[in-house]
Each structure stands twice: as structure tokens, then as C-alpha cells.
Design a protein around this ligand. Structure first.
Ligand code: ADP
Ligand code: GLC
Length: 480
């Protein structure tokens, strides 16, 4: 098949979260399975400057209609592996900036124009390249208008660009909502500004475009596929999601074993496997030493790596500050995010020097060391479409402590409920729930045999993308 993936971030060229890992690994796995795969992402400064993109060549000049004006841009491409071509849609005014979505404090004010331009650039590139895709697969709100723009361009030019479109929701909490007056930049028919189209409380909602107009809609776990049809998790779009209830499927993400494998991980000071965990002890000592904690500490080490937001339950960890200050444990927090959480996390670490370390950075290598060096990994998310770190944790012999939501519920088995198959600890997404999980973690740490058995089970699990990608292949087959 000819498969085109379109995403606002793709590992390793640009990453702010799990979307990048998922899009990059899925595209790679489909290429490995023999499909002809193209991946489009914006030509951000970090992407264009990435060493692996050094061979990128300017392929196309773009002239994109944006409302009543035309904007120029270009498309660069290169092939990082067999069957895979990566395309950057470039326009310096929009993408030659330090970060993909915002300056750290807040989102860029022209994000709607940036991603309308990006989607239009993809459509125009597909036309100019005469690619005739079987599947054009867009991810999250930044690609929400893609199915509409694609069909609109096909009508206008009397040509077929794609047999079918697929849209995947990675996180319904980010919908791309903008003033309706920016709609004219899409050059789409005005009837789409109504409630059956892109209108959402008087505003333009880009996520709605993907949900309503893609041929197939997926999300990243079976539980989340059910949850987003309810008011509690639907973020105001549960009614819209319900209109697709018949054909929305939840397909779990996987792990890219070339990147997340403790036996070959280039970011670790020592490598290890289920058969020999001695390298894990070296990683643990290095993690503690690096953060100014005693490397010989014997009690449980908790790690957490995430965007510091409400979704991830950072406030639930803060609500349990007394536990981390008084119990004989260590805690390493790696993340960036909302200033109020960053400040609170820093204060917590300052008040408990030698026990709690706050590492406020985006650091890919350190995220691997936290996974490898921790005994327990914290993910008390309020909602979690899929979540990757709980899978990385299991692969790295680190026991995940997760709330019972979304993909966390689908990929972790609770040890107390299912002692024979358990790989982690699960609780409701509340401060008390997390507290209960922490207490149970202490008891587990004091029982080395039970802990080792849970670790071994986690490390044996198959989370590989090769398997996960097969589910997408079946979906594509059915669709076309
Ligand atoms: P989400 O996409 O909602 O942020 P996921 O669990 O799907 O959550 O994926 C998050 C990804 O981002 C993981 O690969 C995680 O290791 C990574 N990550 C999050 N924060 C950081 C950070 N500060 N430094 C390095 N990697 C991070
Ligand atoms: C989103 C979700 C996360 C998921 C990731 C990749 O960022 O928040 O749960 O794992 O996308 O699909």
C-alpha cells in the first residue's frame, strides 16, 4: 500500500510528547512491513537542523491559497530507511522558531494559520508528486482539516489524491479551537461553519473536522475509545464522537524496540535484560548520583517523566508531598510544563533536598535513565489516551504505578488483583488513590521475590510496534 502519515511532530525530528514516538514508530513499522510510506511534518527549525535530516533536498515549491492571499513555501524530503520518505513542509515565517507549538509560556498566536498552511501544503504536495495514496492518515487537531482540504482539492482539480482518509485522536483535550473568522483561510465552503461542520460554541474547532469527515476514526486505546463517548472524558465533543460510535476503534500504541530496549539503549551507562539485571543497578546508582542523591540508597526509588499538566496528575503527586518527604524513599521528577506546576515541583524538591530531585528540562537521554534507574514509575494521570511510559517501564523492569484510566488500564495488570499476571499497581486518579498505590509499592519493595516476578513478567510482555502496526494494516485493508 501507499500510506501517507501526517503529524505535527514525528520522532526523531521533532518531539514534545508521545505523538512523536507513536507517529515515528508506526510509520517505521509499516515501512518495515513492506508498504510504501511517506511522512509529512512541518519543517521546524529543530527538524530541518536534525543530523539525520542532513540529506534533505528541496523537492517542491509551494504556492498556497490562504483566504484571499497566496503564501509560498517549499517541501524538502529525504529517505531515512527503506520504503520510507520523510517530507518537511517549510515556510520560515511559520516554522523557523525555537519550539513547535509555543514559547513555553503560551501557544503561538498564529497556530491556526500555521497548521492550515501545513495541511494545505501536504495536500498540494500530494498533488504535485502524483502520489495517489491508498491511505492518508492524519493525527490530532493539527491535521483535523486534512480530510476536508484533501477532498476539496480533489474536486477542484478533478483528480484523486487518496482512496481513503484515516484520523487518529491522540488527545481529545487539545482540539485546536480558534475564532471563526480564521475559517476564511481554509477556502472551504461556508456551509462548514455550521454546527454539523466545524462550529463549536461559535468557534472553529479543527479536531471536529477529523472526527466528522475522515473515512475512519481511531484513537490510541480501547478504553479511551469508550471514554471519549462520555461527558466525563469527551471534553465537550462526546456527542460528536458518538456520531462515529459505529466505526471508532481504539488501537494501542507500541514501543519502538530500536529506541526503547534496555539491552541496547545507547542512553544508559549500563545495559541489561530480564536474564541479567545487574546493569539496572548501575543505572539506578547513576540516576541518583546525577541528581545529588545517595547512590547507595537501598529503599525504593520513584521516577516520573511527563508534561507537568493536570492530565498527568502532577498535582496528585504534590498532594502526597508528605509521603515523599517522610517515607524512606527517593523521587526523581523530569518534566516541563505549566509554570504553576514547575514552580510547585521545584519548591517541593528544594524543601526535601537529598530526597526529591526536580529536573525541569526536556531531555531524551535523561528520560531513558529515569525509566531504567527507577524501581517504580509514577503515572497518576486523570486521563490517558494511551500513555507510553507505562509500557517503557514494564520493558525496563520498572514497576508502573498508574491510575485506572484509558490506555493505562489496557496495558497494566494490577498485582494485588491478579497476583499471577500482575505487572504494576493501579488506583483511582485521586490523591488518596495514589497514596494507596504508594503504600502498596512500599510493601512490594519489601518483598523481593514478588517484586522480581512482577518485573520479569513486565519485561516479557510484547509491546512492539510490529504487532501494533498489524492492527492498523487490517484497518487500512478494510477501508480500501
Ligand atoms: P503525552 O504524549 O501525553 O505527553 P506519553 O506517555 O504518550 O504522554 O508520551 C510522553 C513521551 O514524552 C514519553 O516518551 C516521555 O518519555 C517523553 N517526555 C515527557 N516529558 C519529557 C521530558 N521532560 N524529557 C524527555 N522526555 C519527555
Ligand atoms: C497523547 C496522549 C498519550 C498518548 C500519545 C501517543 O499525547 O496524551 O496518552 O500515548 O498521545 O498516542
Amino acid at each position: 500500500m501507499k500510506i501517507v502519515h501526517v503529524a505535527s511532530e514525528v520522532f526523531p525530528y521533532a518531539k514534545t510528547g508521545g505523538l512523536a514516538d507513536a507517529a515515528g514508530a508506526l510509520a517505521g513499522a509499516l515501512a518495515d512491513a513492506g508498504h510504501e510510506v511517506s511522512v509529512f511534518l512541518p519543517g521546524y527549525r529543530i527538524a530541518v537542523d536534525h543530523p539525520l535530516a542532513a540529506g534533505a533536498e528541496r523537492r517542491l515549491q509551494l504556492r498556497i491559497e490562504m483566504g484571499d492571499a497566496f503564501m509560498s513555501g517549499d517541501v524538502r524530503s529525504f529517505s531515512p530507511r527503506k520504503n520510507l520518505t520523510v517530507y518537511f513542509v517549510c515556510r520560515d515565517e511559520f516554522f523557523d522558531r525555537r519550539q513547535p507549538y509555543g514559547n513555553g509560556e503560551r501557544d503561538y498566536e498564529d497556530n491556526h494559520h500555521r497548521f492550515i498552511f501545513f495541511c494545505k501544503g501536504v495536500v498540494e504536495a500530494l498533488r504535485l508528486l502524483e502520489l495517489r495514496a491508498d491511505i492518508v492518515h492524519g493525527h490530532d487537531w493539527q491535521c483535523g482539516l486534512l480530510p476536508l482540504l484533501l477532498r476539496h482539492a480533489e474536486q477542484r482539480h478533478g483528480t484523486t489524491l487518496a482512496a481513503k482518509t484515516v484520523f487518529t485522536v491522540h488527545n481529545l483535550a487539545f482540539q485546536g479551537v480558534f475564532p471563526m473568522r480564521s475559517f476564511y483561510r481554509t477556502n472551504l465552503p461556508d456551509e462548514l461553519t455550521g454546527i454539523d461542520g466545524l462550529e463549536f460554541y461559535g468557534q472553529l474547532n479543527m479536531m471536529k473536522g477529523g472526527l466528522l469527515f475522515a473515512d475512519r476514526v481511531t484513537t490510541v486505546s480501547p478504553s479511551y475509545a469508550r471514554e471519549i463517548q462520555t461527558p466525563e472524558f469527551g471534553c465537550g465533543l462526546d456527542g460528536v464522537v458518538q456520531t462515529r460510535a459505529g466505526d471508532i476503534v481504539g488501537l494501542l500504541n507500541g514501543i519502538d524496540p530500536a529506541i526503547w530496549n534496555p539491552a541496547s539503549d545507547v542512553h544508559l551507562p549500563a545495559r541489561y535484560s530480564a536474564a541479567d539485571l545487574s546493569g539496572k543497578a548501575a543505572c539506578r546508582a547513576e540516576l541518583l548520583r546525577h541528581h545529588g542523591l545517595d547512590p547507595a540508597f537501598k529503599g525504593p526509588v520513584f521516577g516520573m517523566v511527563c508534561r507537568f499538566t493536570e492530565q498527568k496528575g502532577v498535582d496528585l503527586v504534590l498532594a502526597n508531598a508528605d509521603f515523599f518527604r517522610t517515607a524512606d524513599v527517593r523521587l526523581v521528577l523530569l518534566g516541563t510544563g505549566e509554570p504553576r506546576f514547575v514552580e510547585a515541583v521545584r519548591e517541593l524538591a528544594m524543601a526535601a533536598r537529598g530526597r526529591i530531585a526536580a529536573d525541569v528540562r526536556l531531555d531524551e537521554a535523561m528520560s531513558h535513565l529515569v525509566e531504567a534507574g527507577s524501581d517504580f514509575f509514577l503515572m497518576p494521570s486523570r486521563f490517558e489516551p494511551c500513555g507510553l511510559n507505562q509500557m517503557y517501564s514494564q520493558a525496563y523492569g520498572t514497576i508502573p504505578l498508574v491510575s485506572r484510566v484509558g490506555g493505562l488500564a489496557d496495558t497494566v495488570t494490577d498485582l494485588d488483583e491478579n497476583p499471577a499476571e500482575g505487572t504494576g499497581l493501579m488506583f483511582p486518579p485521586t490523591a488518596e488513590g495514589l497514596r494507596d498505590g504508594l503504600e502498596r509499592a512500599l510493601r512490594l519493595h519489601a518483598d523481593p521475590a514478588r517484586r522480581a516476578a512482577a518485573q520479569a513478567r513486565g519485561m516479557r510482555k510484547d509491546f512492539s510496534w510490529a504487532t501494533a502496526a498489524q492492527a492498523y494494516q487490517r484497518l487500512y485493508d478494510e477501508a480500501v
